[in-house]
Write a protein that binds this ligand. Structure first.
Ligand SMILES: Cc1cc2nc3c(=O)[nH]c(=O)nc-3n(C[C@H](O)[C@H](O)[C@H](O)COP(=O)(O)OP(=O)(O)OC[C@H]3O[C@@H](n4cnc5c(N)ncnc54)[C@H](O)[C@@H]3O)c2cc1C
Length: 398
């Protein structure tokens, strides 16, 4: 019996799931619909494939290899290897360095531009099993006798589509969750991330810098062509002023916060800002329904864990569905609960790591500042502790 799986949202997570389901879809005759509100080649970038860069962990590289798309990602997105991660606290001596050689991996992670990663992922979709509907917006979803019924708006027309499994990968501002009464816990950080590409006189030498400053944590990640991708967290009240600075004043303020580890900061590209909250959906599965990606959990970007965690969710869901019996619907609740059980610990651990790190390093209380510096110094000395940190940062469990 031919089954339908409808993925709402063709961002990085939705596109990755479509890819991960392709082999099973070919074997079992499943039909996958990827429904995306934004037109793919319009220049108006989807939230996922916007101007940002993403630090893919070593674990995500292994997963993309399993999906057979890593070569395509390399060709399309020229991922820049992270050879070293340097963690420091402004005005304090603690420094931790993680090295790829010490962790016995070719690189701790890779930085890719979202738009290029998006091209590589969408380019690997097999049209025989994945039907790409864009621009098309799912405006309503309701449970049907078997599966779900979707109302889709496309070319100014509304039509209905039935599906056996509905996957909501429609991002952090998912209106559909609200419509379905799925509550999301929102814990605002009171911070805004400012992102931009930076060039410096000495370049990055493959080093990703994480630095904790009075205004909030900042990261400079190595990118192609000697550029670095900046994620600079600012208190909400200051962010607008920092966004309004001239390029020269912005570089000056950044240099002051970051120091001269990469020499003089020379140029800054277009700046964008994102308000930050930790958001978790209170339900991730129902009969015939799974919530994935930012719709399920949005994390602070400073630890670079959001997409990496979602990719592990994607692979776990695809593996679980591939274990379904031939007469079993992919929307069966027992199957979907099995997926969630399998991923829950990873989700909780990753959210705790990312949230804990953010809150610890956003806090200027002297006791905590002293503690975290001992932590950074200690971590540089105690190899096993550092390896635990490195394995979480690299997206490897255990
Ligand atoms: C500044 C910043 C830096 C980050 N850096 C990293 C990093 O280094 N490493 C990392 O792992 N993570 C990082 N993240 C997190 C990462 O960006 C997210 O995990 C990822 O973008 C989530 O993708 P998504 O596909 O779930 O959601 P989105 O990117 O929001 O995509 C959702 C898609 O759904 C579509 N859509 C919405 N509603 C509908 C509808 N009703 N019908 C049809 N389509 C719809 C939208 O058009 C969109 O294309 C960062 C985040 C930020 C903000």
């Amino acid at each position: 019996m031919s089954r339908r799986i409808s993925i709402v949202g063709g961002g990085m997570v939705g596109a990755s799931l479509a890819l991960a389901l392709q082999p099973q879809a070919r074997q079992r005759g499943w039909r996958i619909e990827l429904i995306e509100a934004q037109p793919p080649a319009s220049g108006a970038l989807q939230p996922s494939f916007d101007a940002r860069s993403t630090a893919l962990s070593h674990g995500s590289r292994l997963l993309f290899e399993r999906l057979g798309v890593w070569a395509g990602v390399q060709a399309e997105a020229a991922p820049e290897p992270i050879r070293q991660i340097h963690v420091s606290d402004r005005g304090h001596p603690g420094v931790t360095r993680l090295h790829a050689e010490q962790e016995r991996v070719p690189a701790l992670g890779y930085v890719v531009e979202n738009a290029q990663l998006g091209r590589a992922l969408l380019g690997a979709l097999d049209e025989r099993v994945v039907q790409w509907q864009a621009p098309a917006r799912v405006v309503r979803a309701e449970p049907a006798r078997t599966g779900w019924l979707l109302q889709v708006e496309q070319d100014g027309q509304l039509h209905e589509q039935a599906t056996d499994l509905l996957v909501l990968a429609d991002g952090g501002r998912s209106g559909l969750l609200e419509q379905l009464g799925i509550h999301r816990q929102v814990r605002p950080y009171g911070q805004t991330a400012i992102i931009a590409n930076i060039t410096s006189s000495q370049g990055h030498a493959g080093v990703a810098y994480e630095r904790f400053t009075e205004s909030g944590p900042l990261a400079l990640l190595p990118m192609s062509a000697g550029r670095s991708a900046l994620v600079w967290t600012q208190p909400e009240a200051q962010a607008e002023d920092v966004m309004a600075l001239s390029d020269a004043a912005f570089l000056h303020a950044l240099q002051d916060a970051f120091g001269f580890r990469m020499g003089a900061l020379k140029r800054v590209g277009a700046r964008h800002s994102y308000p930050l909250s930790l958001i978790e959906a209170e339900e991730q599965v129902r009969t015939g329904l799974v919530v994935l990606g930012n719709a399920a959990h949005s994390l602070h970007p400073i630890a670079g864990q959001g997409f990496n965690l979602s990719l592990r969710d994607v692979m776990a869901l695809a593996d679980t569905l591939s274990g379904a019996a031939s007469d079993q619907s992919p929307g069966e609740l027992a199957l979907l609960n099995g997926y969630l059980q399998r991923q829950r610990q990873d989700q909780q651990q990753t959210i705790a790591f990312s949230d804990g790190l953010t809150r610890l390093f956003s806090n200027r209380r002297p006791v905590l500042a002293a503690g975290r510096n001992l932590g950074l110094l200690g971590m540089d000395i105690v190899a096993p502790l550092k390896s635990v940190f490195a394995r979480q940062a690299m997206g490897l469990k255990g």
